[in-house]
Design a protein around this ligand. Structure first.
Ligand code: SF4
Ligand code: SF4
Length: 199
């Protein structure tokens, strides 16, 4: 084609676009769902009785290429238990100024404590507010869950808890789980009372 027609060809693209239906999303009033496997902000998950899945092992922090995760583990005790294992994540932070949402930390986590949600609204106007703490990252309590610290409700020992606990909980209605938690709690209180009386 002749060279002098090239500018006209460029305008043809512009004109064609002018008559197409506008596809503008009025964000933030209108929010479109993301793809199901979209990598959004993280979440620290719980077991069905409310104990935390994080064992404070720091593998996620070691796997992170952006050095965005900070973890401090601590030991559970008989009187103060946050996770079914020996250790729990006492301090957990993710720095969203550094995080590139790659998901390598999720791959590294041995207990599936760490997963990613579809939440992408992470902008803010201060550095401090973009360092998310454990309190912000931990999953909310669902019906039948009890806020830690509390004893393991889904098994007598750790093997029992990990092997049978989740399937046991899945087979029960949520109100039964809370009843179980309450009855075990009162049994422990009775035992403590008896121990106290005999001492
Ligand atoms: S998603 Fe990637 S960059 Fe973000 S905390 Fe996890 S490993 Fe680090
Ligand atoms: S989130 Fe997973 S990998 Fe990270 S400290 Fe907790 S258990 Fe370990």
């Amino acid at each position: 084609m002749l060279d002098f027609l090239n500018p006209v060809k460029g305008f043809a693209v512009t004109f064609r676009q002018m008559f197409r239906k506008v596809d503008t999303v009025e964000y933030p009033e209108e929010k479109r769902p993301t793809a199901p496997r979209f990598h959004g902000r993280h979440q620290l998950n719980r077991w069905p009785d409310g104990l935390e899945k994080c064992i404070g092992c720091e593998l996620c922090a070691w796997a992170c290429p952006a050095d965005a995760i900070y973890v401090e583990g601590a030991s559970n005790t008989e009187t103060e238990r946050y996770s079914p294992g020996e250790r729990y994540g006492a301090v957990y932070q993710i720095n969203y100024l550094r995080c590139i949402l790659c998901g390598l930390c999720v791959e590294a986590c041995p207990t599936r404590a760490l997963t990613m949600t579809n939440d992408y609204e992470l902008a803010d106007d201060s550095r401090e507010s973009l360092i998310w703490t454990k309190e912000q990252l931990v999953a909310p309590l669902q019906p039948g869950m009890e806020a830690p610290p509390h004893p393991m409700r889904l098994g007598e020992d750790e093997l029992d808890y990990y092997r049978l606990g989740p399937s046991f909980a899945a087979a029960q209605p949520t109100d039964l789980l809370s009843m179980l938690a309450r009855s075990r709690g009162s049994a422990e209180a009775d035992q403590a009372g008896e121990g106290g009386a005999s001492a």
